[in-house]
Design a protein around this ligand. Structure first.
Ligand code: PLP
Length: 482
């Protein structure tokens, strides 16, 4: 609502007082600033400031006096605007939502050694595609393939003899790319059989039917939304069938009158009919989640042991590494992926190989607590409660009341959609600040804190907060909520 009722005549007078961009830029302060920071940043900032003032005049938000005042501070405003435009837009935030793999907050935080490895190998040259032993060109996948090979040992068997083919692994940009590459490589111009109960959409508009169309494969839907039998798959197989596809439901669960063949049954059908079976696992854990009480989330090894020929999964979901699409499976099938020119178009960068290699080495050493997402998943409720209590005791804000409450954290990232981890929540209430105001102020503090709103109350879940960030939460609350 306009603050001042100005006639259009009075507004014209105010517009006239605004300098032109050219005049603004010719001032001594603007010239000096441009010499330090470059002309482009200064010109753009001057334009933005003048546009803002003009809009304020148009909306009737400025009186003659307040415009005078704004014009007298123009140099300082310009300096501020330029400095802001020259700082990072991508910033660290504190995730107090309790969602461990939060896609909007960058999914898995990286293992510190992964960052060191990136720094050491990427700040200079590396042997990314150079075999230093042979002194000749090598392949970039070998840096991680060797580690996946050890981690995905399919079936050691009691006698040490493996009756399975050897597993190989390649990396692309993300799991969506992995699925696209695999469908295109195995089933271009042919049919892929998928259950109607698995035609999922993952956040960020990844939809199975659409990715299928882009890969030039024909989707052959079988069964119904809630029930699909082995017979449904079997009777859909014809001479154009190239692939059986199983898709992890990721972000929803079907309950009630349901049916789905076991993976082993599907694998045995695939073997009998000599058609490869692929599983898009989505999250793809390399860690046994049963050890933390989560039983409904199959890992990569479960998939391969169940007889799947090729499995696709993300690097930055349950694996806890960098963004990547990982494809593991029978060596002959993986080499078909490598031969597809799409593989070149979707390839991952040296930064990703470095981060992934370091993360996989932590798995091989069983050093799970170094991988932030795994450490967060393994935190116990009492551990979190102790920290929440310590934070609450340091709050000095008179406008905020604190309370500890039992609640749940979630894994996120399309893993175990119905699994929850018991946690202790810090509940913030205030008589003078609304829920939205609290969330907004926390989000705009120097270390932005992303909170969760539950039943009209702001809650902080320290499961996803790094312990060294606890004091930043205290500081933020004591400043922005006082
Ligand atoms: C998350 C997910 C994807 C997409 O993976 P990105 O790494 O985000 O590209 C595909 N399929 C399933 C089942 C998923 O859960």
């Amino acid at each position: 609502m306009p603050v001042f009722k100005l006639t259009s005549h009075a507004k014209t007078d105010l517009y006239r007082k605004l300098p032109s961009v050219g005049e603004f830029l010719r001032s001594d302060a603007a010239t000096a600033l441009a010499a330090r920071t470059g002309q482009i940043a200064v010109t753009n900032a001057a334009r933005r400031i003048l546009n803002r003032l003009r809009a304020q005049v148009t909306d009737g938000d400025l009186s003659a006096e307040s415009l005078e005042q704004a014009l007298s501070q123009l140099d300082a405003t310009l300096e501020e605007e330029v400095q802001r435009s020259l700082t990072y837009s991508l910033r660290r935030v504190i995730n107090a939502t309790g969602v461990i793999l939060h896609t909007n907050l960058g999914r898995a935080p990286l293992y510190l050694a992964a960052l060191d490895h990136i720094r050491n190998t990427a700040a200079g040259y590396s042997n990314l595609e150079f075999d230093t032993d042979a002194g000749e060109r090598g392949k970039r996948d070998k840096h991680v393939d060797r580690l996946f090979h050890q981690l995905l040992h399919r079936d050691p068997g009691a006698d040490g003899a493996s009756n399975h083919k050897s597993i190989s692994t390649i990396i692309v940009n993300n799991n969506a790319a992995a699925v696209l590459l695999a469908l295109n490589s195995f089933a271009e111009n042919g049919e892929v059989i998928v259950s109607r109960g698995e035609l999922v959409e993952i956040g960020g508009s990844f939809r199975i039917p659409e990715i299928m169309a882009k890969s030039n494969a024909v989707l052959r839907e079988v069964g119904t939304t809630n029930r699909t039998s082995l017979g449904d798959y079997e009777s859909a197989i014809n001479e154009n069938t190239r692939l059986l596809l199983r898709v992890h439901r990721s972000n929803f669960a079907i309950s009630g009158f349901t049916q789905q063949p076991r993976l082993e049954e599907l694998a045995s059908l695939a073997r009998r009919r000599k058609i490869p079976l692929m599983e898009d696992l989505g999250s793809g854990s390399l860690f046994d989640l049963r050890s933390i009480g989560i039983h409904e989330e199959p890992g990569v090894l479960d998939s391969l042991r169940g007889g799947v020929n090729v499995v696709t999964y993300s690097g930055d979901k349950l694996l806890g590494g960098p963004q990547a699409g990982i494809i593991s499976g029978d060596r002959d099938l993986i080499s078909r992926l490598r031969a597809n020119s799409l593989f070149r178009a979707l390839r991952a960068s040296k930064l990703i190989y470095a981060a992934l290699e370091a993360t996989l080495l932590a798995y091989l050493r069983h050093d799970y607590d170094s991988i932030p997402a795994l450490r967060m998943m393994r935190l116990s409720r009492p551990d979190i409660a102790k920290r929440a209590e310590a934070v609450a005791n340091k709050i000095r804000s008179s406008r905020i009341k604190f309370q500890l409450m039992d609640g749940n954290s979630v894994i996120g990232g399309g893993a175990a959609p119905s699994a929850v981890l018991a946690t202790c929540l810090l509940v913030l209430t205030s008589e003078t600040l609304s829920c939205e105001e609290i969330v907004d102020r926390l989000g705009r503090s120097d270390s932005p804190i992303i909170a969760r709103v539950e039943e009209d109350r702001v809650v902080l879940d320290l499961r996803t907060v790094f312990p060294e960030e606890d004091d930043q939460i205290v500081d933020a609350i004591n400043t922005v909520l006082s």
